[in-house]
Design a binder for this molecule. Structure first.
Ligand code: FE2
Length: 285
């Protein structure tokens, strides 16, 4: 049989392809082995999570407290105390030992609520420090948050919260027209109620609470305010708003509830003229 020059070229091409594939496989295997060797998994301790933060501040006597942590932007943790001295912690922040001990004097850390996928950072530290604590998050963020945290969540807020705290004291409410997070209505005694929200409303003054990076990011995301009137950020409108008309209606309904305090995750909590300020939030949409 006669072998033509084209046959030789074809055989050569096949051989070159095989050799190239083998080389690529060897390189890929070596890279994987190198990465594995250099990835040392070290379990972080409580102190490794601590960032600068403010003091424990009481918002409603004997029921509600907040601590502001230095993030970009600054972030508030809310602590609610039930009638049987259990603590429900919204958007947990790891505190220095002295402040954390003050929290422990308030009651037993019982539930941590991860409010949305952006507020996951410190939940694992709480789970490690308080093995009995239940860590919950909203159902529609459950899959995403499960992938971000390095432990098994104890359930969704919608399905499990009422198991751990009476809804007479601490109940979730669904922000109609938005997705990704819930809001919470809490009893403050004497018939008074408070509202806890996460990223659906910012009250972050541009003049404070932000470093330069926070100022730039906040300006782009439309989350900075004058410190008096809260607003719905551009980012929330982009990521979470599903029906503006319904959401406006929902905010208007919250405004009618005469809350004594509205706790926000970013910026100043609203402790005066809650009704008026919530009504005005609708205008920022
Ligand atoms: Fe946030």
């Amino acid at each position: 049989m006669e072998i033509s020059i084209w046959d030789i070229i074809e055989i050569e091409n096949v051989l070159i392809t095989v050799v190239l594939v083998l080389i690529l496989k060897v390189v890929a295997d070596k890279w994987k082995a190198h990465k594995k060797k250099n990835t040392i998994v070290v379990e972080k301790e409580w102190k490794d999570y601590v960032l600068p933060h403010g003091p424990l501040v009481e918002l409603s006597k004997g029921k509600l407290w907040s601590v502001t942590g230095k993030f970009t932007p600054d972030r508030n943790m809310i602590i609610y105390k039930t009638n049987d001295d259990k603590l429900i912690i919204h958007s947990a922040i790891v505190l220095d030992e002295k402040t954390q001990k003050q929290v422990e004097l308030l009651g037993t850390p019982h539930v941590v609520i991860i409010p949305n996928r952006f507020h996951c950072r410190d939940a694992k530290a709480y789970k490690n420090r308080y093995p009995e604590i239940k860590v919950l998050c909203p159902l529609d963020s459950f899959t995403m948050i499960s992938k971000k945290v390095d432990f098994v969540l104890d359930g969704s807020v919608e399905r499990a919260l009422a198991t751990y705290v009476s809804s007479e004291e601490f109940a979730y409410i669904v922000p109609v027209g938005a997705k990704g997070e819930l809001s919470y209505e809490v009893a403050l005694g004497n018939g008074n109620k408070g509202l806890i929200v996460c990223d659906l409303m910012f009250n972050l003054p541009s003049s404070e609470a932000c470093d330069w990076l926070g100022w730039i990011i906040g300006s782009i995301l439309g989350s900075l305010t004058d410190g008096k009137q809260p607003r719905v950020s551009r980012l929330f409108r982009f990521l979470a708003l599903t029906d503006k008309a319904q959401f406006k209606q929902w905010v208007s309904e919250q405004a009618k509830k005469s809350y004594k305090v509205v706790c926000v995750a970013h910026g100043k909590h609203i402790t005066e003229q809650c009704q008026q300020k919530l009504s005005n939030v609708v205008k920022t949409l």
